[in-house]
Design a protein around this ligand. Structure first.
Ligand code: FES
Length: 278
């Protein structure tokens, strides 16, 4: 007796295969709205962040120690005095090199390989597919199994760097509570800039800790949660945050732009910082 190999994807009585539908989609709702909004939001952030990262000025307010997150950490001898919280061990940069050269590639990699952003920009820009039940324009699908998309698997490593940079952003936020007094000393102070920096740092931590890789790092590869009660507790917290990861991804896009914009306006003298405690 001979047997034939069964192809689970082949049409059969139980699995008749795909319906022969010529229309791109049968959806009647505004399925194109979400990818359109995503494309506009992501493009706005990329354009703004690129321009500001190469701007090279108005990123630090010496009087209140406000440092833009697009310039942190600033390690170059070109950084304005006071903005290098961890020293200047790099030489002067020509104007076409961003001052946050050491952090920007990792932050970019972290967001580019983020599970949520992947979904978002695959839909918005690649249209692969643009929405559920809407066919994509591409004839072939290789997923993330080949170069360059196989690099998406590096997300976990970008997470480690992003965690470190979130610590640095937290330090920047804390030192900004010191402001210069008229007699040349430093004193405690709170301005609107402090509150904006604080909200931004909280958002960055929520986004970073809600990462899918963080969830796996805290609770993955365990056979028995009962034997690891601390990791189980942490994993439970990260899992709760993880359900809001998309929200945090968008909130931090907004807070990063807002923080940098506010600091740019104060640093350039366009507006004054609204002081609450001097
Ligand atoms: Fe989005 Fe890791 S930052 S999944």
């Amino acid at each position: 007796m001979t047997t034939t190999a069964h192809d689970p994807g082949a049409p059969s009585a139980d699995n008749p295969g795909r319906a022969d539908i010529r229309a791109r989609t049968l959806r009647r709702d505004r399925w194109w709205l979400a990818p359109l909004v995503n494309a506009l939001g992501l493009a706005t952030f990329v354009v703004y962040a690129t321009i500001r990262s190469f701007w090279g000025s108005a990123y630090y307010v010496p009087q209140y120690h406000y440092l833009s997150p697009f310039y942190s950490p600033c390690f170059s001898a070109s950084c304005v005095p006071g903005s290098s919280h961890f020293g200047t061990f790099l030489p002067e940069f020509p104007p076409w090199i961003p001052l946050a050269l050491l952090s920007l590639p990792f932050l970019l990699g972290f967001r580019l390989t983020c599970y949520y952003y992947r979904k978002s920009y695959y839909r918005a820009f690649w249209m692969s597919p643009p929405a559920c039940a809407v066919s994509e324009p591409h004839g072939k699908y290789t997923g993330e199994t080949r170069f360059p998309l196989i690099l998406q698997n590096a997300h976990r490593y970008f997470f480690y760097f992003a965690f470190l940079i979130s610590l640095i952003n937290t330090y920047d936020m804390v030192v900004a509570f010191r402001s210069d007094a008229p007699d040349g000393t430093e004193r405690f102070g709170i301005g609107l800039g402090n509150l904006i920096l604080l909200v931004n740092v909280i958002g960055l931590w929520l986004y970073t800790l809600s990462c899918h890789s963080c969830r796996h790092i805290t609770g993955g590869r365990l056979k028995h949660f009962s034997k690891h009660p601390v990791r189980y507790k942490v994993w439970t917290g990260v899992s709760a945050l993880n359900t809001r990861h998309m929200l945090f991804a968008w909130i931090t896009i907004g807070t990063l732009i807002l923080t940098d914009l506010y600091i740019m306006l104060v640093a350039s003298g366009t507006i004054s910082d609204l002081r609450i405690v001097n």
